[in-house]
Ligand binder design. Structure first.
Ligand code: BG6
Length: 492
């Protein structure tokens, strides 16, 4: 394959010294007519523009749909409508252009790049297979200096595919200019894990196998499939949520303290801890569970069974709920189960990371009524921090009462996609998933996925609007350090 990575920006975009002006950039969205662009990307751009975070930004949309500029602008205006209508927001909506293109063809891509002004940010809002083809086509024509590539999750479909995609991208731009998006890394409460852990001395000394019994990262949604069968039926909860978002949260919760909050240090620490992460006991049968919803009612709304949703192939056996228990084999975390769970169409949303502390080493005789361990709960919506503590009760002072100390975060100043995009436009890869980490996250879930595909773990069912199938891996009482968690002890 002919590779000419040194394609230069058009002459008109250069200043006197020949450099591309940094204050002008174009976000070129491949897959502009898709659902992801409308639902998440465009509102993120609008939030960023409204906050004054992207002056000089132009937007070019491209897709296979036969749209004209006006149709696209209407789509953009609709997605921008919730944002403050600042001048930049209106300008971008007014001036944006749409070009129909087949992004797997080099000639079409060249035409798209020629339509961009200033430095180019290519956003692949495409399924993994098309992203891989489009990257191959780009590698044939090269990209202008300074181009950044932004890739949606899932990044590849397994570790081998992610490695191949990484190799392809490395031929186009340096790693620091590849932004693998995980919008959870733009959530203010997820980022606040850094402040919570490293900007005070209260919790960090306790965060180890000496004091922590288990860590749960839970993302239960009441939303069902939401007409996303085209994507979701090929992904399932394991790839959609655990391989990406929840492992990133685990990385931030479990990593060692970075000396500085920079892309290099943060991503190194995260990569280190994820390299040490594997399935608990390497046992898929006892450390993973999968299920899919049947018909039911959520929030007063009737949902059909997942298997009956339009576009779903029931024979694929795609799971809408996944649970895995992971071990982090480091000095700090050895023996502490990390339990990750995400499900759709559940009775209630529950989106939080919970650090459950071990029982006190010795509960003095005479202090009565100990019922549950202390917990630090980091909510990802509502964005709230809770510390569940055992203290002496207000009534009988010798009976323990649980209290909760809480703080509300409120939404961040930018929506998560806006936060992530700001970093991309600032050329800062800190919030992007590094190539080696993307592969590592596939490596962690692959034994589970393979066993599920091979039928090694039954596909359970739960009615939409329920709390999920009984006997969740999260239901067992957490192990105390050095003890076997009953959940695992009972397993065959
Ligand atoms: C997306 C998943 O990445 O994250 C969805 O594809 C999920 O299935 C969503 O619903 C949850 O993120 P949030 O925080 O935007 O609700």
């Amino acid at each position: 394959m002919a590779i000419q990575p040194e394609v230069r920006a058009p002459q008109s975009d250069r200043d006197e010294s020949g450099a591309v002006p940094v204050d002008e950039q174009t976000l070129l969205v491949l897959g502009a007519s898709g659902d992801l662009t409308a639902r998440l990307l465009l509102p993120g751009i609008a939030g960023l523009l409204a906050a004054g975070g992207a002056p000089g930004l132009s937007l070019v949309g491209s897709g296979t749909d036969d749209w004209d500029d006006e149709h696209w602008r209407e789509r953009v205006r609709t997605s921008f409508s919730a944002a403050d209508q600042a001048e930049d927001v209106q300008r971008v909506a007014r001036e944006t252009r749409y070009l129909r293109a087949d992004v797997t063809r080099p000639d079409d891509l060249r035409r798209l790049l020629d339509a961009c002004r200033g430095r180019v940010v290519v956003y692949f809002a495409l399924p993994p297979a098309v992203t891989a083809k489009a990257s191959g086509a780009l590698a044939e024509i090269g990209v202008p200096d300074g181009t950044r590539l932004v890739l949606e999750k899932p990044f590849g479909t397994d570790a081998a595919a992610a490695a191949r995609l990484n190799e392809l991208l490395a031929r186009l731009v340096p790693e620091d200019r590849v932004h693998r998006v995980d919008h959870f890394l733009g959530k203010s409460t997820v980022l606040n894990i850094l402040g919570l852990r490293f900007a005070n001395r209260i919790f960090e000394p306790l965060l180890s196998n000496e004091h922590v019994a288990c860590v749960d990262v839970v993302f239960d949604e009441s939303l069902g499939l939401e007409s996303r069968a085209g994507y979701y039926d090929g992904a399932g909860a394991l790839a959609d949520m655990i391989q990406s978002h929840l492992l990133q949260v685990l990385g931030l919760l479990a990593m060692e303290a970075p000396p500085t909050i920079t892309a290099l240090e943060l991503r190194d620490r995260k990569a280190q801890v994820l390299r040490a992460t594997r399935l608990w006991d390497d046992d898929v049968a006892t450390s993973s569970r999968r299920a899919r919803y049947t018909a039911g009612e959520v929030d007063g709304k009737r949902l059909p069974a997942y298997a009956d949703e339009a576009g779903v192939d029931p024979a694929r056996g795609t799971e809408t709920l996944a649970e895995v228990v992971l071990a982090v084999d480091t000095w700090r975390w050895a023996g502490v189960p990390f339990r990750l769970r995400s499900g759709k169409a559940l009775a209630a949303t529950r989106k939080e990371a919970v650090i459950t502390f071990a029982r006190p080493q010795h509960l003095p005789e005479g202090l009565l009524g100990y019922r549950r361990p202390d917990r630090l709960r980091i909510g990802f919506g509502p964005d709230r921090l809770n510390l569940d503590l055992n203290i002496n009760g207000p009534d009988d002072p010798f009976v323990i009462d649980p209290v909760t100390l809480g703080a509300d975060f409120g939404p961040g100043d930018l929506p998560p996609y806006g936060q992530v995009l700001r970093a991309v436009l600032d050329d800062d890869p800190m919030l992007s998933v590094r190539g080696d980490t993307a592969e590592e996250c596939w490596r962690i879930v692959e034994p589970v996925r393979d066993a599920w595909r091979g039928g090694g773990v039954p596909l359970l069912e739960y009615p939409a609007g329920s709390t999920g199938p009984a006997d969740s891996l999260l239901d067992g009482s957490p192990a105390r350090p050095g003890e076997v968690n009953p959940v695992f002890a009972e397993s065959p």
